[in-house]
Design a protein around this ligand. Structure first.
Ligand SMILES: [Zn+2]
Length: 250
């Protein structure tokens, strides 16, 4: 770590749980962010600002006017652009030292597995069950940490998969897609509520990279903005889980 980095990240290094060792781990780390929308915006921006070495941004959408209310990584001038390119532009403006790779299409199959295997941690910032299941499975198969967030209306949730702790995974929570999938387009969502969850994904990612973050092992955290309540729910490993069941490794 050079002096410029020591200055830039000094407030973080000062934290006893991080220190120079934790900061170096963040500088050396790479993260895949799937979905550069309401969750991915604050997650990518905070991780870049915190000094993460490399971000891989994956999204096949273009920026629309109706995104701007909550997807704060995209400025008004980016409407019509690829979300990943707009995201890269903002991240680079925040911290030019952060390397950014972009994947402007849906990651699937073996390629998804390879990209997941190539990074230290994955953030699920997507908005649909098929993507969430594929991503979770790739993380379980490659034993890559996953931080999954979701938000709709005035509610949000966050959970994670930590292979080092042999924790429960996303499909322990949702073995299969259930009912008609709800969407923010149909149900609506308050921008800062998505921001709270995406920001919390960045918090949890930084904690895990610095060797902390055990509090969310086997636990789902729910946020309700209307009642201003947080609720932690135990999320045990499901032996019947289609993704990690029977895969418990010593
Ligand atoms: Zn599972």
């Amino acid at each position: 770590m050079n002096q410029a980095e020591r200055d830039r990240y000094s407030r973080q290094i000062r934290l006893e749980q991080f220190g120079e060792k934790g900061q170096q781990a963040i500088l050396d780390a790479s993260a895949l962010i799937v979905g550069v929308g309401g969750l991915g915006s604050p997650a990518a921006m905070y991780l870049a600002a915190a000094g993460i070495g490399k971000l891989v941004l994956s999204d096949y959408d273009i920026v629309e006017t109706s995104n701007l209310q909550r997807q704060i990584i995209h400025p008004d001038s980016a409407v019509g652009d690829d979300k990943v390119e707009s995201g890269r532009h903002t991240v680079k403006a925040l911290n030019p030292n952060c390397a950014v790779d972009v994947i402007p299409y849906q990651l699937e199959g073996e390629e998804l597995r390879q990209v997941v295997d190539s990074v230290d941690i994955v953030l699920d910032c997507s908005d649909n069950f098929p993507t969430r299941f594929d991503l979770n499975r790739a993380c379980v198969e490659t034993r890559t940490a996953l931080v999954a967030g979701a938000a709709i209306r005035l509610e949000g949730q966050i959970m994670n998969y930590q292979p080092a702790a042999d924790s429960s995974c996303y499909q322990c929570l949702y073995p299969k897609a259930y009912g008609a999938e709800e969407s923010c387009e149909m149900e609506g969502v308050l921008g800062p509520v998505v921001g709270v969850i995406g920001t919390l994904q960045a918090v949890q990612t930084l904690l895990i990279l610095a060797g902390q973050g055990d509090e969310l092992v086997n636990r789902l955290l729910l946020f309700d903005a209307l009642s201003m309540q947080w609720q932690g729910v135990t999320l045990p490993k499901n032996p019947e889980c289609p993704a990690c069941g029977g895969r418990a490794t010593a």
